[in-house]
Design a protein around this ligand. Structure first.
Ligand SMILES: [Zn+2]
Length: 464
């Protein structure tokens, strides 16, 4: 593979407005892409069509079933010391409340980690806990709150703007207690009310439907000139929450993958190892499409050289290596070459972190497959505050950031596909367990109910 070809691929991507146009189709024309809805199908068909049009091989969808969640109604009433209605959003996969809803006294926690629940266990039992959205994820707070006997969980946005963020309260199953979100302003109001007028009671009434429905991963291949079975996966999820068009999270990641495919398609004879581009369905409620891929391609996982994930767009800031420190030297070397020129870019660095669980790389990682994530930064820091709200719109996405991410994806693929040797191999079960222990990760996996991976696959895809 010559440097000249690499430069031609990058120049073509950087000079083209295709990525931003595709983003507008996903986020403006289609809009929110909640799994299980007609819009999800529209997005699937659009992406399939683009893979065809760009000339990928083996273009197809692979279907899987999942628990599709649809909100029906949500209401939050203050019943003591005054009567007032507040706006709330039912949490993804929250159970419906019986009868008129759950009524209970309120207790405020600062973050909802294990230590704080333990310290406040007498206050939590039987009450509705009110906790900020960050830093502890809803998927971890919900089972913990249930364990301590809470009657429900109200999550409050950390930033102003009267928005109520959406998020799932459990991975791919109905959560243990009712969960809803409220704005920061309403949370502050509740606190003032309690401190000025004393005991606060609220009634939370939620109704939603959960039905088993199909979804789809959309994929296509390029390259594989060496005829070997070693291959690279690159992907990102195309679903979003119902509340907004999911422009940054994750239309931006999808089009950065799609644009890399477009840029490389003409030069696929330059890709020694085969590259598979996958746009995952149903990430938001439990990384379900990625789990389904690992189930359907279990026999091939030994041959995955690397899985590259694109989740949440912005300008590129580096490459995150999760749980595989032995990948760092290769990725460092490649990162040195894949930097996109631009004095105003944030410092581009390769970071080695723990085994994060919050995106589609996770089902691969936990089954020993090496993974990295394309890290990004918002151009204006404020643009990064709108994830999972109706404020995640295309005006927060910069065309330049999309093309830069696409160019980095394309360069990474050209280099990795042609490396003489694999930088690392799949971890064994014992090595994965070692990684989990060394990062104190087991309690998190237990709260998410995804360990061991066979258990996760069984409960994800068994609908009896
Ligand atoms: Zn995402």
């Amino acid at each position: 593979m010559s440097l000249e070809i690499e430069e031609r691929v990058v120049a073509d991507i950087m000079d083209n407005s295709e990525a931003y146009e595709n983003l507008l189709v996903l986020a403006d024309d289609i809009g929110s892409r909640l799994a299980g809805t007609e819009n999800e199908v529209l997005a699937r068909d659009f992406l399939l069509e683009m893979f065809w049009r760009y000339g990928l091989e083996n273009v197809k969808t692979e279907s899987f079933e999942h628990r599709a969640w649809t909100p029906v109604s949500e209401s939050l009433l203050i019943t003591e010391p005054i009567d007032r209605e507040l706006a709330c959003r039912c949490g993804g996969l929250s159970p419906s409340t019986p009868g008129d809803g759950v009524e209970a006294e309120v207790v405020f926690l600062d973050q909802g980690d294990r230590a704080e629940f333990e310290k406040n266990k007498d206050k939590v039992r039987g009450r509705i806990v009110v906790i900020p959205y960050y830093p502890i994820a809803r998927q971890l707070k919900t089972p913990m709150a249930a364990e301590y006997g809470a009657a429900g969980l109200l999550e409050t946005r950390n930033y102003r703007g009267s928005l109520q963020p959406a998020r799932t309260c459990a991975f791919a199953k109905v959560g243990a207690i009712p969960v809803a979100s409220i704005s920061k302003e309403d949370a502050e109001y509740l606190k003032r009310l309690e401190s000025r007028k004393g005991k606060l009671r609220i009634r939370l009434a939620l109704e939603s439907r959960v039905e088993v429905k199909p979804s789809w991963n959309v994929m296509g291949d390029l390259g594989g000139e060496d005829g070997g079975s070693e291959h690279i996966l690159i992907g990102g999820h195309y679903d979003s929450w119902h509340v907004g068009p999911g422009a940054i999270d994750n239309a931006a990641g999808v089009v950065a993958v799609l644009e890399a495919a477009r840029g490389l398609a003409r030069y696929s004879d330059q890709l020694k190892r085969r590259v598979r581009f996958i746009l995952f369905g149903v990430e938001e409620s439990g990384l379900v499409g990625a789990w389904a891929y690992t189930r359907d391609h279990a026999e091939e996982l030994d041959e995955v050289m690397l899985m590259i994930n694109n989740d949440v767009g912005g300008r590129p800031s580096g490459i995150g290596v999760a749980g595989f420190p032995d990948l760092k030297s290769t990725i460092d070397e490649v990162a040195e070459r894949v930097k996109v020129a631009g004095d105003d870019l944030p410092p581009y660095r390769v970071s080695v972190g723990g085994p994060g669980w919050g995106s589609d790389h996770f089902p691969f990682l936990i089954q020993g497959v090496p993974t990295v994530g394309i890290a990004t930064k918002p151009v204006d820091p404020e643009d990064g505050l709108y994830g999972h709200t109706r404020g995640d719109t295309p005006d927060k996405v910069y065309e330049l950031g999309l093309t830069e991410c696409a160019a980095i994806n394309a360069r990474l693929l050209l280099h990795l596909s042609n490396l003489p040797d694999r930088p690392t191999r799949r971890k064994t079960r014992a090595e994965v367990e070692q990684m989990i222990r060394s990062h104190d990760f087991m309690e998190t996996l237990e709260l998410l109910d995804v360990w061991p991976p066979e258990h996760a696959l069984e409960r994800y895809f068994n609908f009896e």
